[in-house]
Every structure is written in C-alpha cells, then in structure tokens.
Ligand binder design. Structure first.
Ligand SMILES: NC(=O)C1=CN([C@@H]2O[C@H](COP(=O)(O)OP(=O)(O)OC[C@H]3O[C@@H](n4cnc5c(N)ncnc54)[C@H](O)[C@@H]3O)[C@@H](O)[C@H]2O)C=CC1
Ligand SMILES: N[C@@H](CC=O)C(=O)O
Ligand code: NA
Length: 449
C-alpha cells in the first residue's frame, strides 16, 4: 500500500514517525506493507528527519502518481487542498484528512467524488483529535437515532479558559502557550473566534443527523469576549465557562451552535481541562454516551490519522469500501433565534427604588421568565451615596443585577437585552452568557454568594 503524505507539520511529522517506528505491526494489521511514496512540503530543508528522496514541493504531481493508493492530507485550509483531494478521489485513491475547515465547507463534493470512484474518505482526526468519535457515530450508532451531540471540541480554547479559571492566567499568554504546544490552528483566530469548533459542529451534525450541514449553518461565537468577570460570575453561580458545540434535533430540524456557556461545576464537562475534549452523544435507544480524550496535539491527532489510514489500506487489500456519508434525512437547519436555553444577564444599574421592577418588566414584556435575581453593590460601600458614572457627581449608588432566566428563545433574549439598554436606570450590560445543563437539569443554579 503506497501512501502519499501532504503536509509535514505538527501532525504530519508524527504520522511519518509512527509509520516508520511501527512499520512491522502496521504491515501485520493491514495485510500488506504501508510504504511512504512521497511527502509534499513547502520547504524541504525544514524536514531533515524525512528521507530526502521522499520530499517534494510538487503536491499535485505526487497526488497524480499511478502508484499511490492512499493520500493523507495534513496541510489544512481550503485551497489548494480541495483541488488536490478531488483529483485523488476522482482517480480512485482513498483520502484520509484531518481538515475540518474543508470538510465542513465542501464535504459534499469530496463525498460525491469518493462515491463516484468507490474510494474511501476518512476524517476521524478532524473532530476531537485522538478521540474515536466519527466512527462510533457512523458505524456503532448507525442503528440508533441520535438526538444530541454536545461538548467541548476545541483544545486551544479549552486550554485558555481552563488556564484563566484555574490560575487567573492572561488570555494572550495562554493563547501563545497553546500555539507553542501545537494545539492552535495556523491562524489561531480560527480557534478563538469559534470557526474551528463550528466546522467540527457541522461535521458532527451532518453525520449524526444524516443531513448535510456546513460551517455557515452553524451559529458561532468565540471566546474573545469572555472576561475574567464572566469567569468570576460563573464561579459565584457554581458554574464554569466552556466553549461548547451543541448539535440537536429539534422538532424535525437540526440546530447547530458554538458559543461560550456557563455549565454547572457538577457536570462532567466542567472538569474537562487543558487540551482535552469531551463529547456527549444522546441517542434514543442507547441513552447518554460520553467520549473523552486529547482533542489536539501532534501524536494524539496522528493516532486518529493512522487509524483511518489502516482502515483505508485494509479496505483496499480486501477490495471493499468503508461506510459512505449519508444525507438521506435532509433536515432543515433551525435559525439561532428559535433555539432555547437559559441565560445569565449581568446589568450595571443605578441602585434606586423601582429599578428592579422596571428591569423585571422588560423581561416580562418579552416573555422571558426570570428564575433568580441577585443584587451586588459596587463602588461605594454599603449605604453610602455613590458617584454618577458620567459626571462624577454624587448620584444613586451603582449596583449590578445578576439575573438567571428560565429557558427562553435566543430571539426573545436578544430583544430583551436590546430593550434593557434603553432604560435610563441601566448603565450598561456587563455580560450575557448562555447557561447550559446539556441534557441534565440545571438544578443548582441561582445559588451563589
Ligand atoms: N495540530 C493539531 O492538534 C490538530 C490539527 N488538525 C488539522 O490537521 C491539519 C494539519 O495541522 P498541523 O499539523 O497542526 O498544521 P501545521 O501548520 O503544523 O502543518 C501544516 C504543514 O503543511 C505545510 N503546507 C502548507 N501548504 C502546503 C502545500 N501547498 N503543500 C505541501 N505542504 C504544505 C506547511 O508548511 C506545514 O508544515 C490541519 O487541517 C489541522 O486543522 C486536526 C486535529 C488536531
Ligand atoms: N486547533 C484545534 C486542533 C484540533 O482540532 C484545537 O485546538 O482543537
Ligand atoms: Na477524532
């Protein structure tokens, strides 16, 4: 079995290492030797560990070689990779890729090319790194009905949020460290602005709900605006802040969203820290399943790539093909405004008579039911007159109102926040975060200090 490798960075270099170190075992498992036919890179001089006769800068030439059976793509990004992989698949070569950005943007074209030629298209490493997740969804749960897939699917942002929560680490330093450890994407805005997690959510929703979902169908918010104050507010409520990907089937439609949220500290996802990922799957017959492991990193991701490579090579040895992607359900995608969850809203207000009633009135007008309200004094001490924020003149004491709602639609909450900012007594919205129980009742919320 002849393998062409495209890209030899954090993950690709580990694939080369494992292919070399485990050559005999892999041969035994596949039923034929796995031979590296070539390694396409941008700068050959940067790869002293790869035999020089394998290195090439001509990826298109490598992909078109007749002797290549499987193309392993670890470059990332959309072009030129899309063209290279379509060429490979159309000519009957199997493809293994970790490229969630491409699969979430144009997985349909790749799957169609694979179907046309009868080649395999595997991408286990594209979601949640080392964790076997796509294969269980596509194969082990193929006889069940999945209703929800939700969890932490980005190692970089989980690493940053964990560091901010546990040691008060600075956001920028934590991001730099994630880059040094090989977790972050080439352009780390893909991680912090939620694009990477949105691509993964699109892949998960597509496979779980047998519907083509692209990254553009996924609602996306990243962690850039999560502040130390948000993390402290979560702590006060017995919660922690995580970047979640949530894919659900709701009333015959698919909902897919990525955003930071507070989750109760007692929830198993709350203790997932560093570059670890964890994903819950809820299926009609199986009930709840949890998948946990390292979501990023060179050797970890290479493990998933090698698993796919062995599967694709085995199929070719026996002359078969693995399961193909199915989109037979073709469900519509639910607008974010129609999804329901609970919210934590912190408002800076003038602490004077009637403000609480005014604020509660705005929530009621928009049909958003309040579960709990807590008032925190701020600035001047108890009972003293405060200073007006605008002109420094003595004024009503500032306070923060912390409100946790019952479940409400995203559209109703957005309209509520909009109307609240128009109240004279509201000086500003200090923070709005969704609160998720992830299939479990959010029982302990509303306590705190
Ligand atoms: N690093 C990680 O923890 C994980 C990465 N992935 C995915 O794996 C893929 C690779 O990621 P990394 O190894 O981290 O990236 P990387 O940036 O370390 O490696 C990519 C390599 O591809 C090379 N390259 C760029 N354009 C090329 C071209 N036209 N021809 C040949 N080589 C080219 C670059 O020079 C670089 O060495 C990406 O799709 C990424 O999203 C997936 C899961 C985890
Ligand atoms: N940048 C990604 C790498 C794995 O997919 C992440 O941090 O999760
Ligand atoms: Na995986």
């Amino acid at each position: 079995m002849s393998v062409a490798l495209l890209g030899c960075g954090v993950v690709g270099s580990q694939v080369v290492r494992l292919l070399t170190e485990q050559a005999d075992e892999l041969t035994a498992r596949v039923g034929a030797p796995l031979r590296l036919a070539g390694v396409a890179v941008r700068r050959p001089q940067r790869h002293p560990d790869v035999p020089a006769d394998l290195l090439t800068t001509d990826a298109a030439g490598l992909v078109s070689r007749d002797d290549v059976d499987v193309v392993v793509e670890l470059v990332g990004g959309i072009e030129p990779v899309r063209g290279l992989l379509l060429t490979a698949l159309k000519s009957g070569k199997s493809v293994v890729s970790a490229n969630k950005a491409l699969l979430a943007e144009d997985g349909a074209a790749l799957a169609a090319a694979a179907d046309e030629s009868g080649a395999d298209l595997y991408y286990e490493a594209s979601v949640a790194g080392a964790i076997p997740l796509l294969r269980p969804i596509q194969q082990s749960l193929a006889g069940d009905r999945i209703v929800r897939v939700a969890g932490i699917v980005n190692g970089t942002t989980n690493f940053i949020l964990s560091a901010m929560a546990s040691s008060g680490a600075n956001y920028t330093e934590a991001l730099e460290e994630a880059g040094r450890l090989g977790y972050a994407e080439a352009d780390p805005t893909a991680d912090v602005d939620g694009y990477d997690a949105a691509s993964k959510a699109a892949i998960l929703a597509s496979l779980a709900f047998h519907t083509r979902v692209t990254a553009d169908d996924v609602y996306r918010e990243g962690i850039r605006d999560v502040t130390a104050a948000d993390i402290a507010a979560a702590k006060a409520l017995g919660c922690t802040v995580k970047l979640l990907a949530i894919c659900e089937q709701v009333d015959g439609a698919v909902s897919a969203r990525v955003h930071p949220a507070m989750i109760p500290r007692s929830h198993p996802l709350a203790s997932v820290s560093g570059a670890y990922n964890a994903v819950f799957i809820e299926a009609a017959a199986a009930g709840q399943l949890m998948f946990y492991g390292q979501g990023a990193g060179g050797p970890q991701t290479a493990s998933a790539v090698l698993g796919d490579l062995v599967a694709a090579a085995r199929n070719r040895v026996i002359g078969g093909r693995g399961p193909r992607d199915t989109a037979h359900a073709a469900l519509p995608v639910l607008a974010m405004g129609d999804t329901h969850t609970r919210y934590h809203v912190a408002l800076d207000v003038n602490d004077r008579a009637g403000v609480l009633a005014q604020v509660a009135g705005v929530f009621a007008e928009h049909g958003v039911s309040i579960a709990t309200v807590r008032q925190e004094g701020r600035g001047s001490g108890n009972g003293e007159a405060g200073r007006d924020a605008d002109d420094g003149a003595p004024g009503p004491k500032d306070a923060t109102l912390v409100i946790v709602t019952h479940s409400a639609s995203d559209a109703a909450l957005a309209a509520t926040v909009d109307a609240l900012t128009g109240l004279d007594a509201v000086r500003g919205v200090a923070g709005v975060l969704r609160v998720e129980g992830l299939g479990r009742p959010v029982t302990e919320l509303g306590g705190g200090s």
